[in-house]
Structure formats: structure tokens, C-alpha cells
Design a protein around this ligand. Structure first.
Ligand code: SAM
Length: 515
């Protein structure tokens, strides 16, 4: 992070001084005046970017809010943009993501158990730790600004303790701390979890998922690190509406797009460009979509099919990214799409996502329980997508706080629902029709085991080669490493990984309805 080294073209008011503080900005907003209080009572006016990050972290930790919903309006409200907005975002998101790692380090520097600290003080310490160990802010700036933040937002009482603890944290480089965390853990998985900032149960599940999906479980450290790295913004050019090559038509001069690694529809947007500034995104011909999501959708559309190919169903469509790509592909083949979603507000998002699609292509956006659709319309569809509600363990890099909110008990309810939705999707497919079972989680209970369980209980469905279907849609020359092929499900299903493919950990099983 170079927030302390501004670029040449940066307006002077936005620059930070060598203490990591923003020069002049507080005063220019009337926040830098001297207080009448005695010096010991005086609250320091702190950097607005750090204050914003603190307020976001508090909202998320104290009120169960979602960082991606709290941060953007808060930045707008406070007039933070450019480097300050970038600094606040990196500080807030990084602190939330790496909370487990920092707590394990702080526990060694604080004389009492962390759960005996006020939650506000603990969040201040985490923010300080992230500046020291995760952001390359000079140590003296990180400590003094965080102590100032503590005085300003929490009070003078704990400031001395915060000062002492952060000095202790900053005395050693990150790698030394991580070596200690790994060495002192009761077992290897706990060491990996602490150093890689994931709950132990998720670390264990991801390790098992690597093994179960044909990869080396030793890749787990790389996977955890990939989850700690914010993804770049990937766009999808929806075929028939805009080509990937012309996606930047009418875009601001500094918008730069690079080809995706796998999907011909994908373009990666340079940091700092707002996707909404691209006309094609604004009018719905393109959208923001992970490349893994694009690949599984393209693969469903490309899967071999005998007989009619006229009616497609997206059973769990909200908020509508895959439905919009499916509709574009359906339009090119004179097929029609029905998009179904349980939640009315998410069904509205689906309609909005489909705004560029000509009316005849979308037969209906319906709001109903997908578990009933197979009974309501048995055999009515040629291609069906079940992008099932899941733990989202494949998209942890996108949602900084989500790993700390999920619990193993979520799995039971979700896997039951996933099985019922897949059963309904198979009922809705005509004999010979194709069903794609997709999750944004690699957890074996949500992927392999759900499919195996459904297949065990019925004799009218068979697994197809999803790997071949994905390979058919790749950009020419792309070599997608999908792990070991043991001749069973592992050789047919597709499991993508952030540390290998740079995508979310999307799972795809393709099935054919046989009778
Ligand atoms: C993983 S999301 C789908 C993402 C979507 N395919 C996309 O690409 O934007 C799962 C969706 O399933 C919906 N859902 C949950 N239970 C459902 C049910 N019983 N029937 C239909 N949809 C359901 C959720 O509200 C959520 O919008």
C-alpha cells in the first residue's frame, strides 16, 4: 500500500505526510481546530480515512453489518475519494479479513485474554496491527495515528495500553509472527488457520475439499492466502449484446481492460476504474461477474444435448448474474429463459439484470420456491441451472467478514435444501435434458455428497463430463488444470480454485435426465 507515498498527479490536499497522516484535509474540513480542553483531556482529531475504517469495522463487528454495504455510503457521506477512499477500504477490509491472524498475534502482546477487552479497544488494536503488518504504513505513523484514533473514538483511558501493545506488535516482521503462530499451535491445521486467518473448521473443510476434488491438500496454505487477497474486478461481455473486444467503447480514457485467463467473455478491469463508468455495464449488455461463474454458465449452455433446445430454466436466479449470461446465450439460439427466485427483492434484481435482453427471450421471471417447480412443470425444460444457496466458502476473498459469521451448523440446513433443489431441477428437465448443479463452495458436503445422495435415490439421471464441457468453452490455448482424474466423479466434475485459477472456488456437476 502506498498511501504514504502519493503519486505526482495527486492533488496536494489529498497527500499524506510521512506519518501516514493526511495533510491539511482535516483543517480544510474544519476538523483540525484546537480544542479548549486541557492537553490531557484533549481529543486528537484523527485522519478521516482511519476514522472511516474504524467506523466500518465497528458496524460490522458490533452490529453484524456487511462491510460491502456499509463502506461505500460512508465514504460518500464523508467526502472521501481517491487515495483516502482506497486507504480506508484497504484498512477496513484487511482488518476484517485478517482478524483471526491479528487476534492470535495480539493475544501474545496483551496481558489479559482478548475477550476481556472492550470490543472497541480490540477493534482499534486490530486496525493498528493491520497497518503495521499488512499495509506497509511506517511503524511510527501506524502507532501514533492509531493511538490518536483510540483517544478520539474510544477515550484516553486505554490509549497508553494501545500504544504499548502496538509497539510490541511492530517490533517484529510479519513472517516472524507467523512462524510463531504455526510453531506454537496444538496441531498443524490450527497453525495454518491462525497464520492464514481462517476459522479452524473452515481450514479443515477446505483441506478435505482439496483432497476430495483431486488436488494436493498441501495447497491449503496457498488457498488461504488467496482468500486473503482481494480479487480484481472481472467483467462479462454478454454475447449478442457486446463483444469482449469492444467492451471499453465509450469508457473513460484511463479504463484499462485485460483479457481473462479462461472465459472468452471475460475482461479484467484495472484497479481504480468504476465498472459503472463503462456504458456497456451501465445499460446491462455487460456486468461484473467472476470468471468461474462465467465458465460454469457457458459450460451448461455448451453441454451436448439431443433433441429440442428451446426452453431453459435458472432455478435460483437472484441476483441474476448467471441468468443474464444465460439469457444472452439463449437469445443467440432462439431459446427462451425462465428465471426463478424465492426472494421477491432478489427477483427484482434479476429483472434489472435482464434489462438489455429482448422481451421474447425471457419468458418469465417468477418468484417461487424452486423445490416445487419440478412438480409444477415436470419435464418442461431442456437445460436447467441450479446455482444453489450455499456457505459461500468459495468466495471468502470477496466478503471480508463472512468467514467469521459462518458456522458448521449452517451446513445441515443448506445441504438438505441443495438436495431438494437438485431433485426438483431433475424433475423439471425433460428426458435427455441437462442439469448443471453449481455452488460457490468447494465443501464436499455441498458438492460431491449432495449430488451422490440425489443420484443414489433416483435412477433417471447420470453424470456428464463437466470437464469436457468447460474445456470446450475456454479461450483458445488455455490449459485448465482441474486436478487428478481418478475415473470417478473427480474425473468428471469441475472444481475451480482461487489459488490455482484466480477464480472463486466454483463447483460444477453436469447431469443428464435419462428417463
Ligand atoms: C447462489 S445464489 C444464486 C446466484 C445467481 N445464480 C447469480 O449468478 O446471480 C442462490 C439464490 O437462491 C435463492 N434461493 C434460496 N432458496 C431458494 C428456493 N427454495 N427456491 C429458489 N431460490 C432459492 C437465494 O435467494 C439466492 O438468491
Amino acid at each position: 500500500m502506498s498511501a504514504d507515498r502519493p503519486g505526482r498527479d495527486q492533488p496536494r490536499d489529498d497527500r499524506r505526510d510521512d506519518r501516514g497522516r493526511q495533510r491539511g484535509a482535516a483543517r480544510s474540513r474544519g476538523q483540525g481546530h484546537r480544542s479548549n480542553r486541557a492537553p490531557s483531556q484533549r481529543r486528537r482529531s484523527t485522519d478521516p480515512a482511519r476514522t472511516a475504517a474504524y467506523d466500518v469495522v465497528r458496524e460490522v463487528d458490533g452490529s453484524d453489518a456487511y462491510a460491502n454495504l456499509v463502506l461505500p455510503p460512508l465514504l460518500r457521506e464523508r467526502g472521501l475519494s481517491g487515495r483516502d477512499a482506497g486507504f480506508a477500504t484497504e484498512l477496513a477490509y484487511g482488518t476484517l479479513r485478517l482478524r483471526g491472524r491479528y487476534d492470535a498475534i495480539l493475544a501474545r502482546c496483551v496481558s489479559r485474554p482478548l475477550d476481556q477487552l472492550d470490543p472497541e479497544v480490540l477493534d482499534v488494536l486490530r486496525l493498528g496491527a493491520h497497518q503495521l503488518l499488512g499495509m506497509r504504513v511506517p511503524a511510527h505513523a501506524a502507532v501514533s495515528e492509531t493511538v490518536g484514533l483510540c483517544r478520539d473514538r474510544v477515550g484516553a483511558g486505554p490509549a497508553q495500553m494501545v500504544n504499548a501493545v502496538l509497539r510490541a506488535v511492530g517490533r517484529r516482521p510479519l513472517e516472524d509472527w507467523l512462524d510463531d503462530l504455526r510453531a506454537d499451535a496444538p496441531d498443524a491445521v490450527t497453525g495454518l488457520a491462525r497464520a492464514g486467518s481462517h476459522p479452524v473448521w473452515i481450514t479443515r473443510a477446505l483441506r478435505e475439499a482439496l483432497h476430495g476434488h483431486g488436488r494436493d491438500p498441501g495447497e491449503i496454505a496457498d488457498l488461504l492466502e488467496a482468500d486473503n487477497t482481494p480479487p480484481r474486478v472481472t467483467l462479462v461481455a454478454r454475447p449478442g449484446f457486446v463483444s469482449a473486444d469492444t467492451l471499453d467503447d465509450g469508457a473513460p480514457d484511463d479504463a484499462r481492460l485485460e483479457p481473462g485467463a479462461w472465459a472468452p467473455t471475460a475482461r479484467v478491469l484495472a484497479a481504480g476504474t468504476d465498472p459503472a463508468d463503462l456504458p456497456a455495464v451501465a445499460d446491462g449488455r455487460a456486468g461484473v461477474q467472476d470468471e468461474g461463474s462465467q465458465l460454469v454458465t457457458l459450460a451448461l449452455a455448451a453441454a451436448p444435448l439431443d433433441g429440442p433446445d428451446a426452453r431453459w430454466l435458472d432455478l435460483c436466479a437472484g441476483p441474476g448474474g448467471k441468468a443474464a449470461l444465460l439469457a444472452a446465450l439463449a437469445g443467440e439460439r432462439d431459446a427462451r429463459l425462465v428465471a426463478n427466485e424465492l426472494q421477491p427483492h432478489r427477483a427484482r434484481l434479476v429483472r434489472r439484470g435482464l434489462r438489455a435482453v429482448p422481451e421474447g427471450v425471457v419468458e418469465q421471471v417468477r418468484t417461487s420456491d424452486g423445490r416445487e417447480l419440478g412438480t409444477d412443470e415436470p419435464g418442461g425444460y431442456d437445460r436447467v441451472l441450479v446455482d444453489a444457496p450455499c456457505t459461500g466458502l468459495g468466495a471468502l476473498r470477496r466478503r471480508p467478514e463472512s468467514r467469521w459469521r459462518r458456522t458448521p451448523s449452517d451446513l445441515g440446513t443448506l445441504t438438505r435444501l441443495q438436495g431438494e433443489l437438485l431433485g426438483s431441477a431433475l424433475d423439471a428437465a425433460r428426458p435427455g435434458g441437462v442439469v448443471a448443479y453449481v455452488t460457490c463452495s468447494p465443501h464436499l458436503a455441498e458438492t460431491r455428497l449432495v449430488v451422490d445422495d440425489v443420484l443414489r435415490r433416483r435412477d433417471d439421471a447420470e453424470r456428464l463430463d463437466a470437464r469436457a464441457a468447460v474445456r470446450d468453452v475456454l479461450v483458445p490455448g488455455a490449459d485448465l488444470d482441474l486436478g487428478a482424474d481418478d475415473g470417478g466423479a473427480e474425473g468428471l466434475d469441475v472444481q475451480l480454485w482461487p489459488h490455482v485459477h484466480g477464480t472463486d472456488a466454483m463447483h460444477l456437476t453436469l447431469l443428464r435426465r435419462t428417463a
